[in-house]
Design a protein around this ligand. Structure first.
Ligand SMILES: [Zn+2]
Length: 444
């Protein structure tokens, strides 16, 4: 591993800090935010007191894993208390809050996320690391084909573009065709979107505008919001469709943009270890995992966000450590980005199953369109897996020619058999932001 020139990194000192110094910095910052949470948030104090834990119990790196984790429900319980709307998880006077966002609330009541001006600057700074590592510079004109609203998505992307010096074009209110025409008109060089929408836009460009998206001149695409950019076959589809480099990042409301793929595309995302602590722990036992290639769930801490701190938040996201990257960064790599959520990685017919592996197969077959739907249901006592796919237009393939190979690859990848349904091209749902292609009808 060789360190590159200083203009290669957004923060050349922190991103290349030797591991032992980085860990010392992380321990120092962890203790600081832990004390802040305990002293200022009734929520954290309640959780720690109930567990018989005190921040001063953390003296060494190993002690960090003894700190009780916080769950999404804890924030919701706190919000139900006074003062409205953030309840007793708020660590600063309400007058200091300048930003409101919320989680999508797909699993029920959303979590409200307050930020101070200082917090917000920090979150934008985190995103500047992402953009810079992916080659965004002041020569780029970045098109964002989304409207920003109560969700945190794309706001920081917008501000970080400004911070890095890019010219940013907000394409929110336009429809897909208008966005494509605007990209063409302005000769935009880069794009930020969900993997789903990257493919939807390419499809609309070809079928509705009769233009090849490769001719629009987009050089790089930053993906967010879904795991697709780290599914190799999906990434390949996007790069092929746009003739552009596609980079992943992982982030969220509670933790900001905490990770990024670099231009070396190491098959995963670097964790921003200067600004966060990301622990990988065994899903069953909670024991820390340090070795590569062993799946676990991620426990997240953000060091400097003060209004509503994130301290050992149980993200329920699954990943694994990967190998060192060639880019010279000492920040570790999470192989394959996010692999799914603990509650999505489920047992089907007694086999541990992750829907992302089905995506890998579908997107790896050129005879199939980009969209698919995967449904788990029950017939009597047996689990039933139904996969709905579309044939890609213009390949000459028929269900009869594609079905056997698709079934074979699915069995190879997941050890399971599927009922495969072929649907007319364009008939399966198209999504812009959070795709819902996996449905588990066994859970009520
Ligand atoms: Zn790298």
């Amino acid at each position: 591993m060789k360190v590159k020139g200083t203009d290669f990194y957004w923060n050349p000192i922190l991103e290349t800090l030797p591991r032992e110094k980085l860990k010392a910095l992380q321990l120092k910052k962890f203790k600081r935010i832990l004390k802040w949470g305990y002293d200022n948030s009734k929520l954290y104090r309640r959780i720690y007191d109930e567990a018989g834990f005190h921040p001063e119990d953390v003296k060494t790196w190993e002690d960090i894993s003894k700190v009780p984790t916080i769950q999404k429900n804890d924030y919701l319980d706190a919000q139900a208390k006074e003062p409205w709307p953030y309840g007793d998880s708020l660590c600063v006077p309400l007058e200091k809050v300048t930003e409101y966002h919320q989680t999508s609330g797909t699993t029920g009541q959303p979590v409200y996320q307050p930020d101070t001006w200082q917090d917000w600057e920090l979150l934008n700074e985190m995103w500047a690391y992402i953009l810079y590592a992916q080659g965004f510079r002041n020569t780029d004109r970045v098109f964002i084909p989304f409207g920003y609203n109560v969700f945190i998505a794309y706001w920081q992307g917008h501000y970080a573009c400004e911070k890095v010096g890019c010219e940013v074009v907000p394409g929110g209110i336009l429809n897909t065709e208008e966005r494509l025409l605007k990209i063409k008109e302005l000769k935009a060089t880069a794009l930020m979107a969900t993997p789903t929408y990257v493919l939807t836009m390419a499809d609309a460009c070809r079928t509705k505008l009769k233009m090849d998206p490769r001719d629009l001149g987009i050089k790089k695409i930053l993906c967010a919001g879904e795991p697709g950019a780290n599914v190799p076959t999906t990434k390949a589809r996007m790069e092929e469709a746009w003739n552009a480099k596609v980079y992943d990042h992982v982030g969220g409301t509670e933790c900001g943009g905490w990770s990024y793929e670099c231009i070396y595309q190491p098959g995963g995302v670097h964790v921003n270890e200067a600004l966060c602590l990301v622990e990988l722990v065994d899903i069953e036992t909670g024991e820390p995992i340090e070795e590569p290639n062993k799946p676990g769930k991620l426990i997240m801490t953000l060091f400097d966000r003060l209004a509503q701190p994130t301290i050992r938040f149980d993200s329920k996201d699954v990943s694994m450590w990967g190998e060192e990257c060639e880019c010279g960064r000492t920040f570790r790599v999470l192989k394959g980005g996010l692999h799914g959520r603990v509650d999505h990685i489920t047992k089907v017919k007694g086999v541990l199953f992750s829907p992302v592996s089905v995506e890998e197969v579908v997107r790896g077959m050129p005879e199939l369109g980009d969209e698919y739907e995967l449904i788990v249901s029950k017939k009597g006592d047996a689990d039933l897996l139904t996969l709905k796919v579309e044939l890609a237009p213009g390949t000459g393939a028929t269900p009869e020619t594609v079905q056997p190979e698709l079934a074979r690859q699915l069995r190879l990848k997941t050890n399971l058999a599927y009922i495969i349904e072929f649907h007319e091209y364009g008939s399966l749902p198209r999504y812009e932001v959070k795709a819902k292609r996996f449905k588990d009808l066994r859970k009520k």
